[in-house]
Design a protein around this ligand. Structure first.
Ligand SMILES: Nc1ncnc2c1ncn2[C@@H]1O[C@H](COP(=O)(O)OP(=O)(O)OP(=O)(O)O)[C@@H](O)[C@H]1O
Ligand SMILES: [Mg+2]
Length: 384
């Protein structure tokens, strides 16, 4: 929001009740009701509880966590103390029972307005940074790196909101890597692109215990339209408004949508092994980036995975052959990575002190140096 008015989203089914809120808001200066389709964030969400209380509280929590809603008021006829307690625990600011006490609501709205005026040191609206992790070949470890980097960032920096998007059209592995059972995936988005807003998106994302919000891939396209470059742009635009960091497991495909993703990304992690085929592919990929002007070279970080110190190809030879610096190396540790995958856990959860984990932590710090040093926002490395 660039102005100082309080944006309010009303998610109220009862038309009469909704109108009552609209009238109250209209009578107060500095407050306005926004359309349900307005992209996030909103300052205040006023929501009428429906019949699926647990699900609704879960959604409210994720909207608050991600910053999609600054504050939440609930309105409900349900005065069960257990529900009120759940509302408090979820971080709901006010709980209005019915019939509505107009005076009480007005005071609460004025308090939100005052809070915003006090903190009007005009914080910039969030624009998360996009990191696209792509492989120079299949099986080089893009998913391992994307998943563990996202979990590491979210786990070690709770002040950061992190999303992880699986762009592998058919064989998205992220649910297996993180042992999550998502109900939805981005096929729902391509199918309902006109309905895409913060609420819809947060409903589809699955929260992993590390704090990462995951957008899985469909695993199949049965009945779901394939994403277009426009869909991807729309989706990533919304995710950037909700999250500080959006990490994409981009796989290897270089179709229209993945090219658009690369173009929108702030940084690309190109994952390769120290092998001739991988170096040759990396070379071709980098040249394509140059000729298509997709992303400038300085924003492409080459990561050598499964690195062995006694490798036949040296790091120096590899750098010279592709004319690009190697940004990071991750040691070879098949046992740990495989064991993490088989257990559906992050590497940090099963081997936090292993060399590979130290390396991944180092990669996270190298990508987000300011975050590593202080509690500040980490965008030094990202350039546009
Ligand atoms: N640093 C590493 N050391 C040893 N093995 C690794 C390392 N990183 C990943 N692996 C292993 O490589 C295999 C492939 O990993 P992963 O699924 O992350 O690759 P990918 O590039 O995403 O593959 P795909 O092309 O199938 O999407 C896994 O068995 C994993 O355990
Ligand atoms: Mg993969």
């Amino acid at each position: 929001m660039t102005d100082n008015t309080i944006s309010i989203n009303l998610v109220i089914k009862d038309e009469r009740l909704k109108r009552k809120f609209e009238d109250m808001i209209a009578s107060l200066k500095g407050l306005r009701v926004v359309a349900a389709t307005t992209p996030p964030p909103v300052d205040l969400l006023i929501i009428e509880l429906g019949g699926q209380i647990d699900k609704e509280f879960k959604l409210i929590r994720s909207l608050l966590d991600s910053g999609a809603a600054g504050d939440v008021f609930i309105v409900s006829a349900n005065t069960n103390p257990a529900v009120l307690l759940q509302a408090i625990k979820t971080g709901v600011k006010e709980y209005f029972s019915l019939p509505l006490d107009v005076e009480e609501v007005t005071q609460a709205l004025c308090a939100i307005r005052e809070k915003k005026n006090k903190s009007a040191v005009s914080a910039p609206s969030r624009k998360g940074k996009i990191l696209d992790v792509i492989g120079s070949k299949g099986g080089v470890g893009s998913t391992t790196i994307a998943v563990n980097l996202a979990a590491e960032l979210a786990g070690r920096h709770p002040e950061l909101t992190v999303a992880l998007v699986d762009m592998n059209m058919l064989f998205g592995d992220i649910p297996l890597f993180l042992e999550i059972q998502p109900k939805y995936h981005w096929g729902e988005i391509t199918k309902n692109i006109d309905r895409l807003d913060a609420t819809f998106l947060m409903n589809i994302l699955v929260r992993h215990i590390s704090g990462v919000h995951v957008l899985p891939s469909p695993g199949y396209l049965n009945g779901y339209p394939a994403p277009t470059p426009e869909t991807i742009e729309n989706l990533l635009g919304h995710l950037q408004k909700l999250f500080d960091v959006v990490i994409i497991d981009g796989g290897q495909s270089l179709n229209h949508t993945s090219l658009r993703t690369l173009e929108i990304s702030d940084t690309v992690l190109l994952v390769a092994l120290l092998s001739l085929p991988c170096m040759s592919n990396s070379n071709k990929i980098l040249k394509s980036f140059d000729s298509l002007k997709l992303i400038s070279r300085e924003n492409v970080r080459l990561v050598v995975n499964r690195y062995l110190k006694n490798s036949e190809i040296s790091l120096k030879d590899a750098q010279e052959s592709i004319q690009h610096d190697i940004f990071w190396t991750i040691p070879n540790d098949y046992q740990t990575t495989m064991s993490a995958i088989n257990q559906g856990k992050t590497i940090n959860a099963i081997a936090s002190k292993s060399e590979i984990m130290k390396s991944l932590r180092g990669l996270s710090d190298a990508l987000f140096p300011q975050q590593a040093q202080a509690g500040k926002k980490p965008w030094k490395l990202f350039k546009r």
